[in-house]
Design a protein. Structure first.
Ligand code: UPG
Length: 602
């Protein structure tokens, strides 16, 4: 029914293949030639695009979908034959001696690592219209997540450069149609946050077609019948993109040894990642997942050892929606429940993965980075014949070990203190309140920020600093512990050992009303007492020693929002508005011993 001249033989071949698969509905609404011809061309072009971007083409996609949808309808257990067992792994107390030992080893290993940030998700659950990488991780400095990550990598790089001058640690960022342009803009507007642009590689994932029923009919858009609905395919795409872009091959040729994966909003990721790298390096793990204690039913996957009746076993993430049914069907009729420790016996996967390049690269060659897919339709009723809304095939990056031979060394590293390693920003204020009411972490913008202060305050306490507080506060209906607002840049301290070296713990007191910001590579704090706000900001070449400074001022205040007053979206999702006055006095007016070495006094 189209104007034949507008279509190529390739177009015709694809359309015929789709018709053979029962997809007539894609074309039955087409009017006679001469009407809506441009729309028809546009629709076929989109089908070609979807066909090109899926390994196996649209035919493969529909066939895979039919198989997976039938499994789902029939209630087939994807873990048939497997029994979950609590796995053995390295469990570390943050700041303990063994933690520091691994961290030191890992900071060394980081000098030969590439970093991969998956940031294609739009964060619909959060109800934020921007990209999550642009969200401030905390409002004391306003540093956004992407800046925090880049600076953390640069701090590890600076360390590596002491041994190998010129070292540049690559950062690959997976974007999607939803986030690509805005991620580029964020980088360009901020001079890549100090990273050499040649180090940063953007790899963009494509969306996949939505499916409207159990027969895998592709779903047409309700408003525009010449467009197939599409949705993201999941973070598992990152492996295929690292393969097709040639990045992994290049990294191996450049002599790198490790690849570290992480997600868009965890302000604490680099507190734990070096230790995990250390564990990988010492134990020669092919795959190592960072984990934290997990509350039963919390929306984080559980790491389990799955033992098959055939004798095969694998250590793998079981996603949060699958863990409860799997446990009920096998070892525990109560499903996903806490044990006497108050936590699920299965550690929570925070999706920060360390992969060994020498085994990852050949595995990518073999599989082309294709990851096991799944489908998760929301059925309209128990007959499972109709969906509430269209669905699509998905894949997850942490499923990579499923493809590995059983001889592979797959382990995990638990950081026993959640506050030290994991606090993502995922849920809207309303969802966050509901999670908190169930006794689960709210994973909100409120806690994402306040947990950074907590981690910093507790770290200072561990080195002997007196930190007052925390005080109970309520923001957005969430009851939280409000610690002094202590923040430092990765250049100041990238590891726990750096903190110990730069801060004389017992010489420092932080009052409950304090806000303390430290930014600068060569800042040292020997003696300091803060009541109020203090910002120490030193340029890269400035050496600053704080020795005997007492700060007394009104300080900054984090005001609970007044719903009648205007607020930004960032403030709305946090539930507070910081009042951070500009510094009142400059450094040379106060009692700090300053040593300037030919640097710009700013
Ligand atoms: N993402 C993509 N592309 C997609 C979907 C997501 O890049 O198509 C990114 C997203 O930007 C984020 C990350 O992947 O950085 C994770 O997405 P998110 O929606 O936050 O994941 P969850 O469904 O919450 O779960 C993941 C893991 C789960 C783990 C949890 C820890 O699947 O096992 O426990 O993250 O935060």
């Amino acid at each position: 029914q189209g104007n034949e001249a507008s279509f190529s033989q390739e177009d015709a071949r694809l359309v015929n293949a789709l018709l053979d698969l029962g997809q007539e509905h894609l074309f039955t609404h087409w009017p006679a030639p001469g009407q809506h011809d441009d729309d028809k061309v546009r629709q076929v072009a989109q089908l070609r695009h979807l066909d090109f971007n899926y390994n196996g083409g649209l035919v493969g996609y529909i066939q895979n979908a039919q198989r997976l949808l039938e499994d789902s309808r029939a209630g087939r257990n994807p873990f048939e034959g497997y029994t979950p067992v609590v796995p053995d792994g390295e469990k570390l107390d943050y700041g303990s001696e063994s933690f520091q030992e691994y961290e030191e080893l890992g900071a060394e290993a980081a000098g030969r690592a590439a970093f991969v940030l998956v940031a294609g998700g739009l964060g619909e659950r959060l109800g934020y219209s921007g990209i999550k990488l642009a969200l401030p991780a905390e409002s004391a400095t306003g540093t956004c997540f992407l800046q925090l990550y880049v600076e953390s990598i640069l701090a590890l790089q600076a360390r590596a450069q002491q041994q190998r001058p010129g070292t540049r640690l690559p950062l690959a960022i997976m974007t999607s149609g939803d986030t690509h342009k805005r991620t580029i803009k964020l980088l360009e507007d901020n001079h890549h946050f100090g990273m050499d642009p040649a180090q940063v590689h953007l790899i963009k994932q494509e969306k996949v077609a939505c499916l409207s029923d159990n027969n895998a009919h592709l779903a047409l858009d309700g408003k525009d019948p010449f467009t197939v609905q599409t949705k993201p395919h999941g973070h598992g795409d990152v492996h295929a993109l690292l393969h097709s872009s040639g990045l992994v091959k290049r990294w191996q040729e450049e002599g790198l040894l490790w690849v570290c994966f992480f997600q868009d909003t965890n302000g604490l990721v680099f507190r734990a990642l070096p230790a995990a790298l250390g564990v990988s390096s010492r134990k020669d793990y092919d795959v190592n997942s960072l984990a934290v204690p997990r509350k039963a039913k919390e929306a984080i996957g559980g790491i389990a050892q799955l033992q098959h009746t055939s004798g095969r076993s694998m250590t793998i993430n079981v996603e949060y929606n699958q863990l409860d049914p799997l446990l009920r069907a096998t070892v525990n009729p109560e499903g996903d429940v806490n044990d006497e420790s108050g936590y699920s016996p299965f550690p929570g996967n925070i999706n920060q993965l360390v992969l060994k390049l020498s085994s990852y690269a050949p595995e990518l060659e073999r599989t082309q980075g294709i990851i096991a897919e799944f489908v998760n339709p929301k059925y309209a009723d128990a007959s499972k014949t109709q969906f509430k809304s269209s669905t699509r095939l998905e894949c997850m990056m942490q499923d990579f070990p499923k493809e590995l031979p059983s001889s592979a060394r797959v382990g995990f590293t638990v950081i026993n203190q959640v506050w030290a390693a994991y606090s993502p920003v995922k849920n809207s204020p309303a969802d966050a309140r509901a999670k908190a009411a169930e006794g689960n972490p709210s994973h909100s913008a409120t806690t994402g920020e306040l947990d950074i202060y907590e981690a910093n305050c507790r770290s200072l306490q561990m080195i002997g600093t007196t930190v007052e507080g925390p005080e109970p506060r309520t923001f957005n209906g969430l009851d939280v512990q409000f610690w002094p607002r202590v923040v430092w840049s990765p250049a100041f301290a990238a590891t726990f050992a750096d903190l110990k070296a730069k801060v004389n713990g017992p010489g420092v007191r932080v009052g409950s009303n304090a806000s303390l910001v430290i930014q600068g590579r060569q800042v040292e704090v020997a003696k300091l007492d803060v009541e109020g706000a203090l910002v120490i900001k030193a340029g890269p070449d400035a050496i600053v020693k704080v020795d005997g400074l007492e700060v007394r001022n009104k300080g900054w205040r984090w005001m609970a929002l007044n719903p009648d007053k205007p607020m930004t979206e960032e403030q709305f999702i946090r539930g507070f508005k910081p009042q951070t006055a500009k510094p009142q006095r400059s450094l040379d007016e106060v009692n700090i011993k300053l040593i300037w070495r030919g640097c710009d006094s700013k």
